[in-house]
Design a protein. Structure first.
Length: 699
């Protein structure tokens, strides 16, 4: 396979195309899903990332890494294949990812940073929208920090028959990573078909000039996707689509004996701890747009989403050679949305239903090779989780003022069996049958000062129903600690207030937002002593915290000439929630766990107006993060305990040349100073000095 990928590079030219960062004249749908609107007029702090940014300019290794240069977003990596973005201080199941409108989130997503977003193939993505702050009215439970909407590629409708294809390749030296994708498509007569496949081969990484090559960080991943579209009206279509992703042996490197101490972190003790992830999505959608009808737009979606996780651990071979825990989640999903322009504004209304069928089990293999089946896996052995919601949003224009009120009712119900992880002990943990509901609202304002300036302000409620991970989990966390679920939980709630401004001119533009979030009934891990008897403090989930988060997102670009662009962005978030010490003593408000520090990007690009090349320099600077939560202080394998995670400055130069109409070339040198650094909370360092090249052939 490595030889095949190398031949692709030898046989092709490397790609590039000048892009327009920080521009606001792009249509987005995340805040008005049936109508769409200009990003400049969006009532939220929002960014759009297009295909050129993902594949060509940033040359993103994974989907989460495509978000790394977005203001106010940091991507924590428990391992090289396990990226989890922080948005306004929250990560994991407190952010929602939608793929073509369908939720990736399900009821077994783990608390805190996790690996699930990395199962989305960045090469199949046409665009990404990042909506910061709660979008619970439109997208339901889990949208507390933010919502990310990914739209996938597909065929174009052409009157005449047409066939095409695309070959993409990427190689990175310090990642020792080879990636390749092949696409073919055809259209004509109102029918379009698209097929793509991606293979990624990641070897052991180079973690910087002092860390060097890190044994045990490699894994491999492949994906495939297909889409068939039928034009059934002038502006309407039916889409059938399928996606598949397989991730093999993606390591939690910091837990293993292969890991090294970095700024005082504690090396791992396990011989192996890695994940295998399977994800399959099948859906059919009808997207209708009309004139002179009862409604202006309708979207209907029926989906079947399969996600499977397998954790394979080898701890002490003298007593336990192997432990495997796995779960499968089959999610049947349906949503419908309608949009209608009226004299009272543009109304969007919808209903969504997602039903998870969960199966979770595992086994131990002792030193003699004897298997012992476990009563259940990390969550309840058998469970059903039903999430339903109904919402309405109006977009009212009064002169130069847009007013966007919205309201949603959400209900979640759970029926879980085989909750008790140990049938032999004296503690009997009963099965779970419960339901949770909430009414959430939002009210947003956009004041159009003039054609160049907008002022945005608003309030929104966030809501997160307790998941199976909250209520039934029994899993290893941190440095040997056990995390236990809490059966008697209430939904989390939040209230976010933010205010911002946007400007757009021909030669410059800016966006600046400040936000403040109040947290109520926040579900946290509460220390309960050494329950498991392994000399490590264990935790249980409780609605034990209220708290707050505040922060800023600022971005700016200026074009002093038609060929030169200067740009910068800065993001910052800090929060506190009620916590207890490892001895169970009330510690009052303490920092929110694993929230990244202030991050600044500054760059400059030169791109001749009629030229075939461009070049760009980028500086990324992050502060030291010493604001550690109590759980951070119990995680010495990932976070240096004495002074927190060190700050860093990383330098990148990248550029490209369009060789022909069909072949373009991009290359980059990242982390030029070969800095040893990691994103706060990560279990592995970022690559050292990293030469990256890519391939993009269109035909």
């Amino acid at each position: 396979m490595r030889l095949v990928l190398m031949l692709l590079f030898i046989g092709g030219a490397l790609f590039a195309q000048e892009t327009k960062p920080k521009q606001q004249d792009v249509t987005i749908y995340g805040t008005s899903p049936e109508k769409g609107q200009q990003l400049f007029d969006a009532p939220y702090s929002t960014n759009a990332i297009d295909e050129n940014d993902i594949v060509q300019r940033r040359m993103s290794r994974t989907f989460p890494e495509a978000l790394e240069e977005t203001p106010g977003v940091s991507v924590q990596k428990t391992g090289p294949g396990q990226g989890s973005p922080f948005i306004r201080g929250f990560t994991g199941f407190r952010n929602v990812l939608l793929i073509d409108g369908i939720r990736l989130n399900n009821s077994v997503f783990r608390e805190g940073p996790n690996q699930y977003w990395a199962t989305v193939d960045s090469y199949m993505i046409d665009s990404i929208e990042v909506v910061r702050g709660p979008s619970s009215v439109l997208y339901g439970s889990d949208s507390i920090g933010g919502t990310v909407l990914a739209t996938t590629n597909g065929p174009a409708f052409l009157d005449a028959k047409h066939f095409g294809g695309r070959t993409i390749g990427r190689y990175a030296y310090s990642e020792d990573a080879y990636q390749a994708r092949q696409e073919v498509w055809a259209s004509g007569g109102g029918v379009g078909a698209f097929v793509g496949g991606t293979y990624r081969d990641y070897h052991d990484m180079n973690g910087g000039k002092h860390v060097g090559w890190t044994e045990g960080t490699g894994y491999d991943q492949y994906g495939a996707d297909a889409k068939v579209s039928f034009k059934v009206g002038e502006k309407s279509e039916i889409v059938f689509a399928a996606q598949r992703d397989r991730t093999h042996n993606s390591p939690r490197w910091h837990r293993t004996v292969d890991s090294d101490s970095w700024h005082g972190t504690t090396p791992g003790t396990e011989l192996r701890d890695d994940f295998e992830q399977d994800r399959d999505l099948y859906y059919v959608q009808y997207r209708g747009r009309y004139t002179d009808a009862a409604v202006d737009a309708v979207t209907l979606s029926l989906s079947f989403h399969q996600q499977a996780e397998k954790e394979n651990r080898k701890t002490n071979p003298a007593t336990l050679a192997q432990q495997v825990r796995l779960h499968d989640v089959d999610t049947l999903g349906f949503f419908t949305r309608v949009g209608k322009q009226t004299s009272a504004g543009y109304f969007t209304a919808g209903v969504d239903v997602y039903r998870d069928d969960v199966s979770s089990d595992g086994y131990n293999r002792d030193a003699a090779g004897v298997l012992t089946k476990l009563p259940r896996g990390n969550v309840a052995g058998e469970a059903e989780y039903l999430l339903t919601g109904v919402f309405i949003q109006d977009e009212i224009t009064l002169g130069g003022l847009d007013i966007v009120p919205g309201l949603r009712f959400t209900r979640a119900s759970v029926d879980a069996e085989d909750v008790d992880p140990n049938l032999a002990d004296a503690t009997d943990i009963p099965d779970l049958d419960d339901d949770y509901s909430a009414v959430t609202g939002s009210l947003r304002f956009v004041f159009h000062v003039n054609e160049n300036w907008n002022v945005i302000a608003g309030w929104g409620m966030g809501f997160r129903a307790p998941s199976l991970d909250d209520t039934t989990v029994v899993a290893s966390v941190g440095a040997g600690s056990i995390d236990f679920g809490g059966p008697d939980l209430d939904p989390e709630k939040s209230h976010t207030f933010d205010v911002g401004v946007r400007s757009q001119y021909e030669s410059w533009g800016t966006s600046a937002f400040a936000f403040y979030t109040l947290l109520r009934d926040f579900i946290v891990r509460v220390p309960i002593g050494d329950v498991a008897g392994d000399a490590a403090i264990d935790f249980q989930r409780e609605n034990a915290a209220d708290g707050w988060v505040y922060g800023f997102e600022v971005e700016f670009f200026v074009k002093p000439t038609a060929e030169v662009t200067l740009f910068a962005d800065w993001g910052y978030a800090r929060g506190k929630v009620d916590q207890r010490t490892t001895a169970g003593v009330d510690a009052g408000e303490q920092p929110l766990g694993k929230v990244g520090p202030s991050i600044l990007h500054v760059g400059a690009r030169y791109a001749p107006v009629d030229g075939a090349f461009w070049i760009e320099g980028l500086v990324t600077a992050a502060d030291r993060q010493s604001h550690l939560s109590i759980s951070d202080g119990a995680d010495p394998q990932r976070i240096p305990q004495k002074h927190g995670t060190p700050g860093y400055t990383a330098y990148t130069v990248r550029g490209g040349y369009r060789v022909s109409e069909f072949a373009t070339l991009t290359a980059a040198v990242e982390n030029i100073s070969d800095k040893d650094y990691r994103v706060h909370g990560s279990g592995v360092n970022e690559p050292g000095v990293n030469a990256v090249v890519g391939l993009d052939l269109k035909y």
